[in-house]
Design a protein around this ligand. Sequence first.
Ligand code: ZN
Length: 461
Amino acid sequence: MRANDYLDRKIETATARETANLQQALLARQLDYLFARSEFYREKFGAAGIRRKDFRTLRDLARFPFTTKEELRASQAAHPPLGLHIAADWRDVIRVHSSTGTTGKPSFVGITCRDAKVWTRLTARSFYTQGLRKTDVVVHAAGLTLFVAGLTSKDAIESVGAVFVPLGTGASEKALTIIPLLGVNAMHCTPSYAAYFADFVREAGMDPRALGLKKLFCGAEPGAGIPAIRAKLEQDWGARVTEGLGNADMAPIIFSECPEQSGMHFNGPDSVVVEIIDPQSGDPQTGDPQTGESLPHEAGVTGELVYTSLQRECVPLLRFRTRDRVQVLGTSCACGRTGFKLRCIGRMDDMLIVLGVNVFPSAIKDVVSSFYPATTGEIQIVLDKPGPGVEPPLKVVAEGCGEPADWAALKLAIERKIKATLSVSASVELVRAGKLPRYEMKGQLVKRAYETAMPVEARQP
Ligand SMILES: [Zn+2]
């Protein structure tokens, strides 16, 4: 390995023992801070009967209670603007981001000067892992305003010395002009946008490859790491496609893929402790959210990601349940990084259960995409009733290419492959290419047909 293979060699190639020692020391300090500064956690710890002296080694973290998004929302509603869980003085806050999530109400996240510094370094390390270098010119074709990965990506990409081009969203026409003029060779976007923009370029009469993008840094939704979807994007663009994963409440990008493309490395052992818990034993939907058992970081393990911040001033969170379902892919890599590797299977809120079998919409998209170029890879799952339980067959709409007269065999082949790989019975309806909606930000793979069937006043706001 050469020195310029890593941004922070010491942290990225640390042994398990070195990482554990570092995290234990940082967590002890973060807990001191929480006990001294966070009313939210003092109350929580009091209710759980946990004292500061109960933490001696990293293992003791499992004795502490989880924190859920619902608690953060309630804390913010009761103590505006940022909630009882902010532990910094409002005068020390330098920026506020927000996410809307599924409820539509903004959820704010503040950062101090030091938080911004930590976020920037971790995000820079993530981009560097994906192959960003000083010589690159990167177009940011994603949210720039309230989105946590907007301004932080700007700071991070600039800190590496690369050129940051703040395009934002809804600017494909502009991108067509700007990319060749500036010699842009990399794009940061959602995988949905990478697919959308390839179609846009083709409709403009050009081959996407002619634009010269060689690196696509994707994130904000699963997709870029799903084999068939990645293969199609790489074929469309003639570029290497890598992905990152973060969390609005914790840090913009925490995991990211190296050029080996074999899962996203954990990049932030100095910022975050990562636990993967058994989602069944502690799913808030099914029972007690406080009992989720911590699972080992070993290849094959699947579970819910749980984050604990190590250096946060404004929003220090302890054992925060992300509801991201992940699978560990490996614990070593040819790139020399020692951070374990995973892929995100999907949000637990998106999971469907068909006759007791869990299925994520992105897995259906993966199967359909594997039939490219006979299909475009675009799909929509239609639910007639609220999930997660679905009566079989699962209704899937996909786009067929060529003539409808030739689709009978394709429909059957897709249904068979879904059954064989996911153990779910599906009924596939093929429509003409371009019929399904395209998304410039995150894709919507599920259509809730029952919502449009309901009278307007009965719908969720
Ligand atoms: Zn690697």
